[in-house]
Design a protein around this ligand. Sequence first.
Ligand code: 5GP
Ligand code: MN
Length: 323
Amino acid sequence: MAPTEVARIADTIRARQKFVLSSHARPDGDAIGSQLAMAYALRALGKDVRVVNRDAAPPPLMAFAGVPDIEIAAKVEGEFDVAIIMECGDLDRTGVTGLERGLVINIDHHPGNTGYGQINWFDPTAAACGEMVFDLIVGLGVPLTPEIATHIYVAIITDTGSFHFSSISPRTFDICRILLEAGVDPVRVARSVFDSGTMARLKLFGALLSGMQIDATGRIAVLYLDHEMADAAGGTYEDTDGLINEPLTVKEIQAVIMFKHVAGDEYRVSMRSKGAIDVNAVAKTFGGGGHKNAAGCTAIGRIEALRQLFVERVSGTSGWTGS
Ligand code: 5GP
Ligand code: MN
């Protein structure tokens, strides 16, 4: 908890009326959950609130209150007093221009957050930005409705990889206990978030896992996806959300590198790891970022060379010692 920042942000919120909430492009569960929990809390205080994102929420999250109403835009129009940016390390990563026309409040847990706000609250020990939003909503004195509690729970369950990642703390469970008491139905959330995919998604999983490569040590899995594979399965890249975690269910696999072909020589690279293996350090060397156990970047090159380079870089991180 960070009482000073919570109090300062709460005072600023009480003194203003019109809010725009945004988060990173290609929003994940933590981005959407944090934004919507905050939106409902601000509306409970009688504030005018818009939620504006560059990209639509992942389809499974559309089942949750308010998510289909999020404005999708590359530019925020109209007048507002404050832009609250949550779960976003850099203002550019919103993909939304015009946010800086308001007072910018930056609430985030990504290592490397650039401190782009007039008010910055940065806590890399939070397992999800949703944990920070929880503190702020409590600090604002807004009662936890089932909608607010559910959105914070979605943020936490998605950003911890269903309680798999090392950022989880006793506070994570304290918060989740309170959220359940406030009306979260954890079965409904898990079914909606994890068990509402498409047949194309399952077929794509099959195709990607069939093509999976394992490095010489047997500890790093490499996945590859291109548009031809997606078309053949009748799906899209979005259908592969979460697939990157599958190889980690194998005991020996300690890290996963997934390449998604963009166009030409350009690839989106996603990485996941177990324990002390720091894939964020690897992503940073390519101008990307994220967290120790979940990070991403863009890379340019021939796929065979990139495969080798990323396997070398991931093998070279210090976290392997003793694992
Ligand atoms: P994913 O692999 O799911 O796209 O991203 C995993 C984590 O890394 C997320 O926390 C995401 O925000 C972060 N991330 C992914 N790509 C980038 C990037 O290009 N730059 C930065 N700074 N972070 C990224
Ligand atoms: Mn997050």
